[in-house]
Design a binder for this molecule. Structure first.
Ligand code: SF4
Ligand code: SF4
Length: 699
C-alpha cells in the first residue's frame, strides 16, 4: 500500500502546485483591470438578497431549471460535484490510512458509516451518469453542424465540452471500481446503502491490487480533471458562485451603471479624457468583475439563443462578445502582466497588441456587433451564471461615442435633437402639451409647484407627447385616471427627455445633462409620485435617477391601472370580443419584471381571448427599438420588428396589444408592411393595453 500512497500524494502535490499557479495567474490578470469597489459595497449592503441568490441560483439551479431537460441534468451533475467530495475525502483517507496501517479501511468520522451517506453518494453518481447521457443527446441534437447558426452551441468550443463530459464519466466509473473493489476486500465504510458499489462488487474479483488501482485511478482522474478545469470553460464551477455573489440583484438588467474611472464615479465637470477611463477602449479598461464574467462563461449559448440580434442574422452574439474579449485577454495576458519597465523593452508589435482597440474594424469586437444590441436584456436574463452583457456593451459604446465619436451617423441627429430641443425628434417643447387640447376635461400643467390635490405627476414622455400613435395611449391613460378620480398633473413644456436614448447609445454626458435638468424640475415642483407610460422613461426615472439624487415613487401605467381595476375604481363593462396577443416590452418585463399587470388588465376586460406568443414574459422577443436602436437604421439581416410581428400573426390575432410607445410604433410599422404585402388582415391593429381598457370602461 505504501507505493500507492506515495504515487497518490506525489501526483496530488504536483497537481495542486500547477493548479495554484494557474489560479494565481487568473487572479493577477483580473486585477490588472479597473477596480470595482462598488461591487464589494453593493455586496455588503445586499448580503441577504445575495445569499438568497446563491441558494437559489447556485445550489437550487433556478435559472438552469427553466431549461428543463438540460437544467435537470445540470442539477444532478452540479450536486454530484458537491456530494462526491465526500468520496474524495474517503479516497484520501484510505490512501493515508493504508500507508500508516496497511489497511485502507478509512471512514469519515461520525457520519462515515451511515448507510444513507453511502446511498447518497451512489445515487448522485448514478444520476450524474444519466445526466451525462442527457447532455450528450442534447449536444448531438443541437450540434452546430446540424442546426448551423440556430444552434446555441454555435461558436462554442465543442471539443472542450466533450472532453469535460468524458472526464466526469471517468470520475464516476473509477469511483465505482474503487468502491466495488473495497466492498469485496471488506474496506468499504458502508455495510449497506451503497447500492451501486455493492452491485459492481458482484462482478469484480476480490483483489487488494484491484482496489489500489481503482483508488489511484479515481484520484488520478480527479487531478487531471482539476488541471483541465482551471484551464477551460469549466472554470465556472469555481467562479460561478463568485460571479453570482458580485452581480446586481435581481439581475444585471434594470438600471445602466454610472460611469466610473479608477473605481470612482466620473465627474464630467472635472473629468480629463487623457487621464480618466471613459468606458472601455482596450481590454485593460475592464474591471475585475468584467474579467470574472470572462472566466465564468460556460459557453452554453443560452444568451445567444435568446438574442434578437443573433436571431435575425446580425453579427452580434452575446456569448461571442464575452468569449472574444476573454480570448483576447488571455492572448495578451503575458504582456498585460508585465511591469512598466519590462513593457517598455517590448517591440512595436507587442505594444500594438496591448493597445488593440476593443471595438473597430480591426478591433476585438466589430462595430456592427456593438451597434446591433437593443439592450433587451434577454442575454442577462437567461445567463445561468449572471454575466452582465449590457454593462460590457454600454462601456464599449461610451468609449466609442465620447472618445472616438464613432457611432451610426443617424443616431447623431437624435443626439443633436436631444441637446437642442430635449426630445429625439427635434420638435418644439411647446408641442408637448398639444394632446391635452384633444381631451374633453382639464389637465393641470405644472407651472412651478405640483397642485396640492395632485397625487401623481403623469410623466408623458417624448413619444407619448409628440408621436401620433403613442399620443392615443397618453390620452387613454389621462382619461382613465380622470374617470377613476386620480388627481394628476403633467409637466408639459417643462418635461424633457429622460435621457434614456442618449445613455443607451453611450452618450453618458448628455444623459447626465438631461437627467439633472429633469431632477431639478421634479424636485422644485415637489414631485413624490410619478406614473409613466413609457417603460424606458419608467426604468430611467425609477432606477437610474436615484444615481443622481432623484428619488421618486414611480409606477408604470399598467401597474396603476391594474390596481384601479382591482379596487373597483375602474370597471370594464363593454365586451371586446377579440383574440388578442400581448407583446412584452423589454424595459417593462425583463428590466423591471412587470409581466402580470398588463395581462391582469386584459383578463378583466370581458370578451378578450388572450393568447400568448411562443416567446413571452421573460423570454419575450424584442421589438427592435431599445438600446437607441429606434434611431438607427437596421441594415443587417431581417428586421427585428418583422420577426416579432410574424410570430404575433401565428396566433391569428384581431389585435396585438403592448404597453410601450416604442413597441407600438415598431410593431405597428411591421404590421402595416404585412398588410401591404397581403400577409395580415386589414383589421389587425396594434394598441396599448390602456386603449383596450378605456374602450371597455367607456363603452
Ligand atoms: S441585450 Fe438583447 S440584443 Fe443585446 S446582446 Fe443581449 S440579447 Fe442581444
Ligand atoms: S454568457 Fe452566460 S448564457 Fe451566454 S454562453 Fe456564457 S454562460 Fe451561457
Amino acid at each position: 500500500m505504501l507505493w500507492v500512497a506515495i504515487i497518490g500524494l506525489v501526483m496530488t502535490v504536483v497537481t495542486v502546485a500547477v493548479a495554484a499557479r494557474r489560479v494565481l495567474f487568473l487572479y493577477r490578470l483580473a486585477t490588472v483591470g479597473q477596480p470595482a469597489p462598488e461591487r464589494v459595497a453593493y455586496l455588503r449592503q445586499n448580503l441577504v438578497p445575495e445569499i438568497k441568490a446563491q441558494l437559489s441560483e447556485v445550489f437550487g439551479q433556478k435559472k438552469l431549471l427553466k431549461w428543463t431537460p438540460s437544467g435537470v441534468a445540470h442539477f444532478f451533475v452540479m450536486w454530484a460535484f458537491i456530494i462526491l467530495l465526500t468520496v474524495y475525502i474517503e479516497a484520501y483517507g484510505a490512501l493515508i490510512q493504508g500507508m500508516v496501517t496497511g489497511r485502507p479501511n478509512f471512514h469519515i468520522p461520525l457520519i462515515g458509516t451511515w448507510p444513507v451517506l453511502g446511498f447518497l453518494q451512489d445515487f448522485i453518481a448514478l444520476a450524474a451518469l444519466i445526466g451525462l447521457i442527457a447532455f450528450a443527446v442534447i449536444r448531438i441534437k443541437n450540434a452546430p453542424a446540424k442546426l448551423g447558426r440556430r444552434s446555441r452551441f454555435s461558436g462554442s468550443h465543442l471539443g472542450g465540452a466533450w472532453l469535460i463530459l468524458f472526464m466526469i464519466f471517468n470520475v464516476i466509473w473509477t469511483m465505482f471500481l474503487f468502491r466495488g473493489a473495497a466492498v469485496n476486500t471488506g474496506n468499504s465504510p458502508y455495510a449497506s446503502g451503497a447500492f451501486v458499489s455493492d452491485a459492481v462488487a458482484q462482478i469484480l474479483p476480490t483483489s487488494m491490487v484491484l482496489e489500489e488501482i481503482g483508488l489511484l485511478l479515481h484520484i488520478g482522474v480527479m487531478l487531471v480533471f482539476l488541471i483541465i478545469v482551471v484551464h477551460s470553460k469549466h472554470l465556472h464551477i469555481f467562479t460561478a458562485p463568485l460571479n453570482v455573489l458580485f452581480s446586481r440583484r435581481p439581475d444585471g438588467n434594470g438600471p445602466a451603471q454610472p460611469m466610473r474611472s479608477g473605481g470612482k464615479l466620473l465627474d464630467f465637470e472635472e473629468a480629463d479624457p487623457e487621464v480618466d477611463v471613459f468606458g472601455r477602449g482596450t481590454i485593460a479598461d475592464t474591471t475585475w468583475k468584467g474579467f470574472l464574467d470572462f472566466y465564468t462563461c460556460t459557453e452554453c449559448g443560452r444568451c445567444q439563443s435568446q438574442c434578437p440580434a443573433w436571431n435575425t442574422d446580425k453579427p452580434l452574439s452575446p456569448k461571442m462578445l464575452i468569449l472574444d474579449q476573454r480570448d483576447h485577454a488571455f492572448a495578451i495576458a503575458p504582456y498585460l502582466l508585465m511591469g512598466q519597465e519590462e513593457r517598455a523593452k517590448q517591440g512595436e508589435d507587442v505594444l500594438a497588441l496591448l493597445d488593440k482597440p476593443l471595438v473597430g474594424e480591426d478591433g476585438v469586437i466589430h462595430p456592427d456587433v456593438l451597434w446591433s444590441c437593443t439592450n433587451c436584456g434577454a442575454c442577462v436574463e437567461q445567463c445561468p451564471v449572471d454575466i452582465e452583457h449590457i454593462d460590457h456593451i454600454l462601456d464599449m459604446r461610451r468609449y466609442q461615442v465620447m472618445i472616438e465619436s464613432s457611432f451610426p451617423s443617424e443616431a447623431g441627429v437624435m443626439l443633436k435633437n436631444l441637446e437642442n430641443k430635449g426630445n429625439p425628434w427635434g420638435m418644439s417643447e411647446m408641442k408637448r402639451a398639444d394632446w391635452i387640447a384633444e381631451l374633453d376635461f382639464e389637465v393641470e400643467v405644472v407651472e412651478d409647484k405640483m397642485p396640492a390635490d395632485a397625487e401623481y405627476l403623469f410623466w408623458v414622455g417624448c413619444a407619448g407627447a409628440l408621436e401620433d400613435r403613442a399620443k392615443r395611449t397618453t390620452k387613454a391613460v389621462a382619461e382613465l385616471l380622470h374617470i377613476a378620480g386620480v388627481k394628476f398633473a403633467v409637466l408639459g413644456p417643462m418635461e424633457a427627455c429622460t435621457g434614456d436614448p442618449a445613455r443607451r447609445l453611450g452618450m453618458e454626458f448628455l444623459f447626465n445633462m438631461l437627467a439633472q435638468q429633469n431632477i431639478e424640475t421634479l424636485n422644485e415642483a415637489g414631485v413624490k409620485k410619478i406614473v409613466a407610460t413609457c417603460p424606458h422613461c419608467f426604468n430611467t426615472l425609477a432606477n437610474e435617477y436615484p444615481q443622481l439624487g432623484g428619488t421618486y415613487e414611480v409606477v408604470h401605467h399598467t401597474q396603476l391601472l391594474s390596481h384601479l381595476v382591482d379596487t373597483g375604481r375602474l370597471v370594464p363593462v363593454t365586451p371586446i370580443e377579440e383574440k388578442i396577443t400581448y407583446h412584452d416590452p423589454c424595459f417593462l418585463g425583463r428590466h423591471n419584471k412587470v409581466y402580470a399587470q398588463p395581462r391582469d388588465i386584459m383578463a378583466k376586460v370581458p370578451g378578450i381571448q388572450a393568447q400568448e406568443m411562443h416567446r413571452c414574459k421573460d423570454r419575450g422577443f424584442c421589438c427592435g427599438a431599445g438600446g437607441a436602436r429606434m434611431w438607427m437604421e437596421e441594415r443587417i439581416g431581417k428586421r427585428i420588428n418583422t420577426e416579432r410581428v410574424e410570430e404575433a400573426l401565428t396566433t391569428d390575432p384581431d389585435t396585438v396589444s403592448t404597453a410601450c410607445p416604442f413597441c407600438l410604433v415598431m410593431l405597428g410599422d411591421a404590421i402595416n408592411e404585412k398588410k401591404n404585402a397581403g400577409a395580415a388582415k386589414e383589421s389587425v391593429e396594434v394598441v396599448d393595453v390602456a386603449q383596450l381598457l378605456i374602450k371597455s370602461v367607456k363603452g
